[in-house]
Each structure stands twice: as structure tokens, then as C-alpha cells.
Design a binder for this molecule. Structure first.
Ligand code: RIB
Ligand code: CA
Length: 314
């Protein structure tokens, strides 16, 4: 049975690969729409980049919506130093044929959920949570319709990647993240503790490049650019492929290990703003709201990704 999903993203090379993985997995996933949010680069680029990925995948039919261009309460922080000035450096930017829908992404999310059966749609945010947090704030009636929220964001033992305490997606909009983590719907959280285990090494990128289809070529090109920052920073063998972990969970959850616990968001302290306080050892009375994922079979993840990207050559 296919599961209905909405991907909310800020492409971003890794968001782009998450979109490709979802588009290659139509037996498992029914992608109702893609909503773009401000984040790695400003909204006018993230929405364009999302549309370009649909073009490359030959899926101009997928509806793409532009959402919030700034966080709920705070100024926007972007990440061009990691993703490049286009957000998808590593490939040429084209003017996409996939149209931008006229509705605002938050309206699309609200209307789609209100029309749906209870617990029937999975939200997959891979950027700052502004669109999702705004939708919940504006229309709490959508909550019963959400089956689960499978998100990339946060960190525990890994520490922050944008400040010592905070991962980028949560830091950009901690107020929206607080709305989401308090909403009461089941959350599966892919934080840096697990995404830093899926590293795009030269061998893995080489296997993808050898597939020889436009989607694999774009993926290899983007990952070859994407790995230059984090490999220096972490002295690692490749850049962490954060966002596709969400889609891989939906297709092959057995590749991952996690634990149910409370995760709460720091929204006040300037020193630790955006910190995800993961109560891994249940030392507080805070209610369980998250399945915190902390381990992955990285080889199995790349086997899955490579096998699915190969489908674009059929
Ligand atoms: O911290 C990693 C996250 O921030 C990823 O989603 C990446 O695309 C950026 O949005
Ligand atoms: Ca992202």
C-alpha cells in the first residue's frame, strides 16, 4: 500500500537527493506535493531548485509550492557556504519547466490535510520547520490528519553544525520547531547523530556516477560539490547525506535503529538557541514525542539509494 507524503524542503543538494529517492519509489510513496521553504538559500531559489529536480526526474507533473520566505519570528539564516550560491552547486541551474503552483505552500498543506482521512498523510520536512509550524499554528484541525512527521533536524551527541548547540534546520526557526515538537503527532527524527553516519565517499559517489542516467549524473555532480565543506570541517571521507535518511526510513525502516524519548527545543537562550534537548535516558518527566534515530546501516542505505537512482535509466 503506498503511503501519501508531502516533502517540505529547502534544496540544497541533500534535499534534492531526497526528492529523487522519493520520486524513484512510487510503489511505496505517493508524493502529493513538494513545498519549498526558506533555508539553505532564500525561498526564490529553493522553490526553483525543487522544480528543477522534478524536470531532471521527468516529473513535471508533481505540484511544487512556494512557502514561507522567512522564519516565524526571527531573521533568516542561510547556508551558501555549504551549498553554494545557487543552493545546488555542482550542476548547472536551468529555468525549470515544472510550474510553480499559485497557492501558498502553507495553504496547500492545510487544505490537503483537512480534506484527508485521519492519520493518512506523512509530512517529511527536510529544511527549517517554518511551513509546518505555521500550518499547525494557523489550523490545529490538521493535526489528526497527520500520520507521522519524519524530519531531518537536531542533534544530540554530535553537537551542532551551525552553532556549538544547534543543527541548522532547527536553529533557523526554533519557534516553528517548538510548534512541531509540541504538536502531539508522532515524530521520527533524523538528527546529525545518524546522518553523520551516511557519508558520500568517493566510492559511493563513483557507483552513482557509473549509473549513467540524468538523475544519477545530477546526484553525482551535486555530491561532488557538497562534500568539500564537511570533509574539511570533520576530516571525514565524504559529506553526510542528511535529508535522504527521511525517505530511506519510509522505504526500509529496518536500516535504522532508534529509541522513543522526549525531545524539546530551546527557543529562549541566545547561547543555545535551537538546541534539541534529547532525553535519551528518560531523566525527566517530559512526555515521549519522538522516535530518535541514532544508528543506520550506511552500506545498506547507499545500496538502496543506488538501486533506486538506477531506475531513472530504465
Ligand atoms: O543540518 C543539515 C540540514 O540543513 C540539511 O537538511 C541541509 O539540507 C540543511 O537544510
Ligand atoms: Ca535540507
Amino acid at each position: 500500500m503506498t503511503r501519501k507524503i508531502i516533502i517540505d524542503c529547502d534544496p540544497g543538494q541533500d534535499d534534492a537527493v531526497a526528492l529523487f529517492l522519493a520520486l524513484a519509489s512510487s510503489e511505496e510513496l505517493d508524493l502529493l506535493g513538494i513545498t519549498a521553504v526558506c533555508g539553505n538559500v532564500p525561498l526564490e531559489l529553493t522553490q526553483r531548485n525543487a522544480r528543477q529536480m522534478c524536470d531532471i526526474a521527468g516529473r513535471q507533473d508533481v505540484p511544487v509550492y512556494a512557502g514561507c520566505e522567512k522564519p516565524m519570528l526571527r531573521p533568516l539564516r542561510t547556508a551558501e557556504m555549504i551549498h553554494g550560491e545557487t543552493g545546488i552547486n555542482g550542476i548547472d541551474v536551468i529555468d525549470p519547466e515544472t510550474p510553480l503552483q499559485s497557492a501558498h505552500a502553507v495553504d496547500f498543506i492545510i487544505e490537503t490535510l483537512l480534506d484527508a482521512d485521519d492519520a493518512s498523510i506523512i509530512l517529511v520536512p527536510t529544511g527549517p520547520l517554518t511551513n509546518i509550524g505555521t500550518a499547525i499554528d494557523r489550523e490545529p484541525g490538521i493535526l489528526p490528519k497527520i500520520e507521522q512527521i519524519v524530519l531531518m533536524g537536531g542533534a544530540m551527541r554530535e553537537g551542532g553544525n551551525r552553532t556549538p548547540s544547534a543543527e541548522f534546520n532547527i536553529l533557523v526557526d526554533p519557534d516553528a520547531a517548538d510548534n512541531v515538537f509540541r504538536c502531539g503527532r508522532p515524530i521520527v527524527q533524523m538528527g546529525l547523530d545518524v546522518t553523520h553516519q551516511v557519508l558520500s565517499t568517493r566510492d559511493r559517489v563513483g557507483r552513482i556516477a557509473a549509473l549513467g542516467n540524468p538523475v544519477a549524473d545530477a546526484t553525482a555532480g551535486m555530491l561532488s560539490f557538497f562534500d568539500r565543506y564537511d570533509t574539511k570541517k570533520y576530516a571525514s571521507k565524504g559529506a553526510p547525506l542528511h535529508d535522504p535518511c527521511t525517505i530511506a526510513w519510509l522505504i526500509r525502516p529496518e536500516l535504522f535503529e532508534g529509541k522513543d524519548c522526549n525531545v524539546s527545543i530551546e527557543t529562549q537562550s541566545e547561547l543555545t538557541l535551537g538546541h534539541t534537548a534529547v532525553d535519551f535516558w528518560h531523566v525527566t518527566e517530559r512526555p515521549v514525542n519522538v522516535h530518535w534515530v541514532y544508528s543506520v546501516d550506511a552500506g545498506g542505505f547507499y545500496d538502496l539509494l543506488t538501486e533506486r537512482l538506477a531506475r531513472f535509466g530504465d
